[in-house]
Design a binder for this molecule. Structure first.
Ligand code: 2BA
Length: 110
């Protein structure tokens, strides 16, 4: 058995959960926050048999789109350490999906 942990953009989360549920995958949806952008994203936990792994990864890849987003990068205002910082906008490409795959030792429901 495998556990897929996937971090996706909120914009894709509803459709992804819908498609996974339509195909009878078990899904848990968590509201999470990205450390870099400090904005909301969605983390899904999907426990599944190894035989269905490729099918699930295909759905994630199909649904989750990468998007460009603006972020603020901090920069020091002087070369001497003055403790003064400002920020300038940078463009980052977010997603489609960040996927971690774990092998599950045991799966029990009480
Ligand atoms: P965030 O941490 O908010 O990152 C959003 C996007 O900002 C990232 O997209 C990446 O393009 C950019 N980014 C992140 N750290 C950066 C840095 N130090 N300098 C410049 N740009 C940076 P993704 O790579 O697609 O990641 C989307 C979200 O997936 C992340 O949101 C985070 O919540 C999660 N994530 C990505 N890699 C991870 C990892 N190794 N471990 C845990 N979570 C991860």
């Amino acid at each position: 058995m495998k556990l897929i942990i996937t971090i996706v953009q909120d914009e894709d989360a509803g459709r992804l959960v819908g498609e996974l549920m339509d195909q009878n995958f078990g899904v848990t949806k968590l509201a999470t926050t990205g450390g870099f952008l400090k904005s909301g994203n969605t983390t899904l936990l999907i426990g599944l048999s190894e035989e269905r792994f490729d099918e699930c990864m295909g759905i994630i890849e199909k649904v989750c789109k990468s998007r460009k987003q603006m972020a603020s990068a901090p920069v020091s205002m002087s070369s001497v350490s003055s403790g003064m910082y400002t920020s300038y906008p940078i463009e980052v490409t977010v997603g489609g999906a960040t996927v971690f795959v774990l092998s599950v030792d045991q799966f029990v429901k009480f």
